[in-house]
Ligand binder design. Structure first.
Ligand code: SF4
Length: 416
């Protein structure tokens, strides 16, 4: 099948046969057939994307397997999607189902597009955005800017526009009135059915972290049989970015803001349904209590003034602990302070969700079935985000390997 695809490719006008590309495709075929891993390096200009795509498409068609192809950035993933994939698919008599997967914030949120913040924008921008939402295929930032460019909208109008309409990190999902048309959730549905998924390293890593933090209950890419990593030399950097997690003022504010958004989203999910008096007030009260106790937990850590370059507080392997550069700045007694703050914050997250569950039960008789479902859906969606923070806090306490350290910041300290 791959050989026939190459013959069709080479029969195209102006196509230059590239033996290295064929060798590389053969290598990928062997790995897929043998279900083994492998690594291949090829110079620029060889046509690596097609050398990965042709075997992936053929194998997926023959064996009905799901294959994820990951590259470093969204831009590179879009190049695959818009340039290489259509060409590759045109070389086969049948096409597998395909999807492009990017992070949530790469898709426009219809609730935001029709919501309050946008009403404050210039009327002509709002009009164009609504027009675009009606014709957009995937609702991505790239599509929007292409649309605005064709409409000759001046750059100044676009300033911070995407921030206002990008899909938020968590939302009320099925409880949202735009859910059936939502660009992001439509993409998730497409991904779940696709045999070939094009994505980037950050999303592959986020998928793995989400599976880990939810005991495999939630994922972003669905189960897949093979992963092809293009630009694999950048995977380490992508992993460092995805796994990087600091406990500091900023994280504290993020946690509190997330809880406030959860409370707002519960309110909005019920807004048109005449919720029982006292329900949203109780939820607000829980969130305010959560915010105050999280602040206390953070401030409870008594960290002495730190040297500019920080100190190491925990080392996960004895060999590393004995390294002179590490041993000279090790202050393991401070780890107890970090553990206390981490434990308190994790306990607060657990308490918030326990209390939310209890509040729902307390109001069960007063909420309609639809209201109950909307609240539960909203809580579930936010639970995943809190679960990731909970999991990351745990890594600060007990790193599987490497070191934990403390460093000074403008506002105090940061545990990394
Ligand atoms: S489901 Fe979420 S992302 Fe989609 S439109 Fe509604 S609020 Fe926005």
């Amino acid at each position: 099948m791959v050989e026939a695809a190459f013959q069709r490719l080479e029969a195209q006008a102006g196509f230059e046969p590239r033996p290295v590309q064929r060798d590389m495709a053969r290598f990928v075929c062997e790995r897929l057939k043998g279900k083994t891993s492998g690594m291949v390096e090829a110079p620029t200009g060889v046509g690596k994307s097609l050398a990965a795509l042709l075997p992936a498409i053929a194998y997926s068609l023959q064996q009905k397997k799901r294959i994820v192809i990951s590259t470093y950035t969204n831009v590179l993933a879009e190049q695959y999607w818009y340039n290489d994939l259509p060409l590759a698919l045109s070389l086969f008599p049948n096409a597998p189902s395909v999807a492009l997967a990017m992070g949530r914030n790469r898709y426009a949120c219809l609730a935001a597009l029709h919501g309050k913040p946008l009403k404050d924008s210039r009327p002509e921008v709002v009009r164009f955005l609504h027009e675009w939402a009606g014709v957009a295929q995937y609702g991505t930032e790239a599509e929007l800017y292409e649309f605005l460019r064709r409409k000759a909208i001046p750059d100044a109008f676009r300033y911070r526009l995407w921030e206002t309409i990008a899909t938020p990190p968590a939302c009320r999902a099925k409880a949202c009135s735009f859910y059936s048309k939502c660009f992001y959730y439509e993409t998730r549905r497409r991904i779940a059915k696709a045999n070939i998924v094009i994505t980037n390293h950050a999303l592959v890593l986020s998928d793995a972290i989400l599976r880990l933090s939810t005991d495999d209950k939630v994922d972003l890419l669905g189960d897949y049989d093979f992963l092809i990593v293009d630009e694999a030399h950048d995977l380490l950097d992508a992993a460092a970015n995805a796994l990087e997690f600091d406990l500091d003022e900023k994280l504290l504010e993020t946690l509190i803001a997330l809880a406030a958004t959860l409370s707002n989203q519960i309110g909005e999910a019920l807004a048109s349904d005449n919720p029982p008096a006292g329900f949203t007030g109780s939820v607000n009260g829980l969130v305010q209590g959560f915010a105050a106790r999280c602040r206390d937990a953070f401030e409870m850590a008594t960290i002495p003034p730190l040297p500019r370059n920080g100190v190491v507080t925990r080392v996960a392997s004895t060999d590393l602990a004995q390294h002179p550069a590490v041993a000279s700045i090790l202050q393991s007694e401070l780890q107890a302070q970090i553990i206390a703050a981490v434990d308190a914050l994790r306990a607060e997250i657990a308490t918030l969700f326990r209390e939310l569950g209890q509040t729902c039960r307390d109001f069960k008789g007063e909420l309609t079935e639809g209201q109950q479902a909307a609240v539960e859906e909203t809580i579930t969606q936010f639970r995943y985000n809190f679960a990731q923070i909970h999991q990351n806090l745990g890594r600060l306490k007990e790193p599987a390997e490497g070191i934990c350290w403390l460093e000074p910041t403008d506002k105090g300290w940061k545990a990394c």
